[in-house]
Design a protein around this ligand. Structure first.
Ligand SMILES: [Zn+2]
Length: 210
């Protein structure tokens, strides 16, 4: 699948899964110095490959008739300082709830380790600005995901599939936490409990053979 075809595929899935409503999210995928990104103002479930602009890492438009997503500067800033090859940004409901009410998402489930443990909420700044890009970059340091205050969430990956799965996981973790708050006080896993999970994952026990 070409980079642009991938954007169409995962844009469609993001809408189908309810992670994105209409035009409220953007995806990008990188190859070398080029980045294919979803266009500004287009519904993510109605993209065609030709609609998706290609920019270079310096932010110049290389191919495409439509303007790149307004959040492209944030994507480029993240590519500049991480090993990300793909980025997914959405305004998914539970991610946005947490990003509107908290400064970080505490690890209430060990799967949070797949995203780097505690998920930070990047300080608020107007969408599309260099300030927002810098805040997101800081919140992502050493992580695969971040939330953006009063805005949404962002995940990175080695492939668009990975970044997309991380967005699903981020939303799931936020939903568990928010629903947990409705029932009682969610227990937060300790450093020790999380370290034990890492140890277990690195050294899985083998089943004995007969
Ligand atoms: Zn946004």
């Amino acid at each position: 699948m070409s980079l642009r075809e991938q954007l169409c595929e995962y844009g469609r899935r993001a809408v189908e899964l309810g992670l994105v409503i209409g035009t409220s999210g953007n995806l990008s995928v990188r190859q070398g110095d080029l980045v294919a990104v979803t266009p500004s103002g287009a519904a993510l479930d109605r993209l065609t490959p030709e609609m998706c602009p290609i920019v270079d890492v310096e932010g110049y438009l290389v191919e495409g008739e439509l303007q790149p997503s307004s959040e492209t500067p944030m994507h480029l800033a993240v590519y500049e300082t991480t090993d990300a090859q793909a980025i997914v940004h959405t305004h998914s409901v539970f991610g946005t709830v947490v990003a509107t009410t908290m400064t970080e998402l505490p690890p209430v489930h060990y799967n949070a380790l797949l995203l780097g443990g505690v998920i930070k909420v990047a300080a608020y700044a107007t969408y599309g600005t260099p300030e927002l890009a810098a805040n997101v970059r800081a919140a992502l340091e050493g992580k695969r995901a971040a939330l953006m205050a009063n805005h949404g969430g962002v995940t990175i990956g080695a492939t668009l599939e990975q970044a997309f799965e991380s967005t699903r996981l981020l939303e799931w973790l936020c939903e568990v936490y928010v629903r947990g708050l409705g029932v009682g006080k969610p227990t937060i896993l300790t450093e020790e409990q999380l370290a034990a999970v890492v140890e277990r994952a690195l050294n899985p026990p083998e089943f004995p053979r007969r």
